[in-house]
Unconditional design. Structure first.
Length: 75
């Protein structure tokens, strides 16, 4: 299993934008992303300095990614 990186919410949102997600709106300290191809697919990313490992793994799973694919988007 590949080790999860330490990411901020801003870094994770930027990586997801490379997959076609767009910022829909912000609610408090969270960024709501919407996939352009499917208006009903949304992800909520906490806009924190460091995202908790369990939260990061959940967002990766909801986006249909693997950790390796996420690492490729970060480069």
């Amino acid at each position: 299993m590949t080790k999860l990186p330490n990411l901020s919410g801003h870094e994770l949102a930027r990586a997801l934008r490379r997959l076609g997600y767009e910022e829909d709106h912000r609610t408090g300290s969270h960024i709501i992303l919407r996939q352009a191809a499917s208006p009903h697919r949304r992800l909520t990313v906490p806009d924190h300095k460091e995202i908790a490992k369990g939260t990061l793994r959940a967002v990766i799973r909801q986006a249909g990614l693997t950790v390796e694919e996420l690492l490729g988007l970060l480069e």
